[in-house]
Design a protein around this ligand. Structure first.
Ligand SMILES: Cc1cc2nc3c(=O)[nH]c(=O)nc-3n(C[C@H](O)[C@H](O)[C@H](O)COP(=O)(O)OP(=O)(O)OC[C@H]3O[C@@H](n4cnc5c(N)ncnc54)[C@H](O)[C@@H]3O)c2cc1C
Length: 505
């Protein structure tokens, strides 16, 4: 560990390194509390963390949030941070920049790990599950407000085998989806927000981060000191910064950083025709609870021990439904014309009736899809590294090496056979979409990047970065895998565990 005078290797590489605009602490209100906290990235988890810090400590802490975007949500191309990503879209379509980050565009489906996510009885997983179980109600209350009281996410298994594999998820209401707007904007006066500044480096003093280096798109550089730092810049950019930190300070090297990058690999297994979505007597129609949609999925366990989930995609080919989704998920233009909407008027009426009166999603019985999202095998050879070419900020871009392994495909084939048996048992009419015997199946990653800043080696269970006293990290990259859930809310449980640990001293 370096004990000599603070160094900032990032400085020497910056084009405008001499232009230090703001020294540490300049412009702070007098009498500011001593606990100065810097949150790097004000996206989904940064916003959650800021709000919880304020809830717990109020004015006893001073929070400075550094966000590379602003109120406009941008993709990586618009932001100027493109990655070399080969055959995955996780960087180009799987992350967004600006206040609220990816939560401005995400599905907002909230789920948690439970013991079915640990078929091998691994002790690290046992601890992750313990933390999820302990804090899931608090996280639900933070995200859903009063609705949390009406949702049972761990219904007692009863009846047959299928019922024991059910898992409940809750979609946040559309207007609760952007976590900055929901959690930080109402209390913005209590946070010092520095927008349009990207953290590009760290200043290390012994085993502490002394300051971070901020850079604006026009190359201006500032330093910011704090007592503690939270790295919540999203899984990919946080990993890029950790790789850079470790390249600049080799004594901080952690060999698992950037290794074992996994995602859910998603594929349509079957299309079921002319039937309601009822299997073994269980109705999979999503229910509306206080404006949030409550869904059921099936936890899938492959013969090789890998875990994923089977879920159902409804109304996929109905153009009026596609229009509704495009509008809700913030698309500025739509491919759907007036004629489609007029033809879909009957559907739209049934849909509105379902949401407002019957309190369930209207599902067109003509056809619906059975989709599998499978975790990727761990360990794997997927990785993240610093690329040679710089991005628009002059920073080393991220190189992402991602593929689907033979073991991943074996898991898909195995679960596919289990699902086929389930559909046959229920005497449903279906068409197979995924054929394990051919190579041209459509299989995609679905923006749940995990595994490359894992708990137990790179960070602790409460997010503390190994080897540093005052740096914490929270993103899905800290989870070894995504198993049977969309994983963001599970990370919020680790934030809660950290805050509880801090409060206990
Ligand atoms: C289409 C889509 C649907 C999804 N649906 C779901 C779902 O239903 N459920 C679920 O659990 N997950 C879902 N996900 C994944 C989920 O959105 C992410 O896991 C989550 O939003 C990540 O949160 P984060 O805070 O780590 O990153 P982000 O929300 O991306 O926030 C990172 C923030 O850091 C800022 N930033 C980045 N680099 C820097 C820097 N160097 N300096 C300063 N600021 C920086 C960014 O501008 C951004 O605001 C979905 C993802 C996508 C793309």
């Amino acid at each position: 560990m370096k004990k000599n005078k603070p160094t900032t290797p990032a400085d020497s590489k910056l084009p405008n390194a001499g232009a230090v605009l703001q020294s540490a602490g300049a412009g702070l209100p007098s009498g500011a509390p001593s606990k100065r906290i810097c949150v790097i990235g004000c996206g989904t988890l940064g916003s959650y963390l800021i709000r919880r810090l304020l809830d717990l400590y109020g004015g006893a802490v001073e929070i400075i949030a550094v966000e590379m975007g602003d109120h406009k949500i941008r993709n990586e191309e618009e932001m100027g941070v493109t990655a070399e990503a080969g055959n995955t879209n996780v960087a180009s379509l799987g992350r967004y920049f600006g206040l609220g980050g990816t939560s401005a565009r995400w599905g907002g489906q909230v789920l948690f790990f439970d013991k079915r996510d640990n078929p091998e009885n691994d002790p690290i997983w046992a601890e992750i599950i313990r933390i999820n179980r302990k804090h899931q109600q608090t996280v639900l209350e933070q995200l859903l407000g009063n609705t949390a009281r009406f949702v049972s996410i761990n219904p007692e298994a009863s009846g047959g085998e299928l019922s024991a594999s059910l898992k409940t998820g809750v979609w946040l209401r559309y207007n609760r989806r952007n976590l900055y707007k929901r959690m930080v904007r109402p209390v913005r006066s209590r946070v010092q927000l520095k927008t349009n500044r990207r953290i590009v480096g760290f200043q290390v003093e012994g085993n502490r981060i002394g300051a971070v280096v901020l850079k604006s798109a026009d190359g201006k550089v500032e330093h910011l000191t704090a007592d503690r730092f939270y790295l919540t810049a999203g899984a990919l950019e946080s990993c890029r910064l950790m790789l850079k930190l470790q390249a600049d300070f080799p004594e901080l090297h952690q060999q698992n950083t950037g290794k074992n990058f996994g995602d859910h690999i998603s594929t349509e297994l079957f299309v079921v025709q002319d039937a309601r979505p009822v299997l073994d007597g269980i109705d999979f129609t999503p229910q509306v609870v206080n404006g949030s949609l409550v869904t059921k999925r099936i936890v899938a366990l492959a013969g090789n021990g890998m875990v994923g989930f089977v879920h159902f995609v409804f109304n996929k080919d109905i153009r009026a439904f596609k229009f509704l989704k495009e509008m809700l998920f913030g698309k500025m233009s739509t491919s759907i014309g007036i004629k489609d909407l007029l033809q879909g008027a009957g559907f739209l009426l049934r849909f509105a009736w379902g949401m407002l009166v019957a309190k369930r999603l209207y599902v067109h019985p003509g056809q619906w899809s059975v989709q599998l999202d499978m975790e990727q095998a761990v360990p794997n050879s997927n990785s993240l590294a610093l690329a040679d070419l710089p991005d628009r900020y002059g920073e080393p871009a991220l190189r992402i090496n991602w593929d689907i392994s033979k073991k991943d495909k074996e898991a898909i084939a195995d679960v596919r056979n289990q699902v086929e048996a389930l559909l046959r048992r229920n005497k449903l009419k279906f068409k197979a979409k995924y054929d394990p015997a051919v190579t041209g199946n459509k299989v995609e990653d679905v923006y749940h990047p995990v595994g490359f800043l894992p708990v137990g080696s790179v960070v602790s269970m409460t997010g503390k970065v190994k080897g540093l006293e005052n740096l914490w990290h929270f993103s899905t990259a800290m989870l070894p895998s995504a198993r049977s859930i969309n994983p963001t809310a599970a990370v919020m449980c680790h934030i809660e565990e950290h805050l509880e640990e801090e409060a206990a001293g």
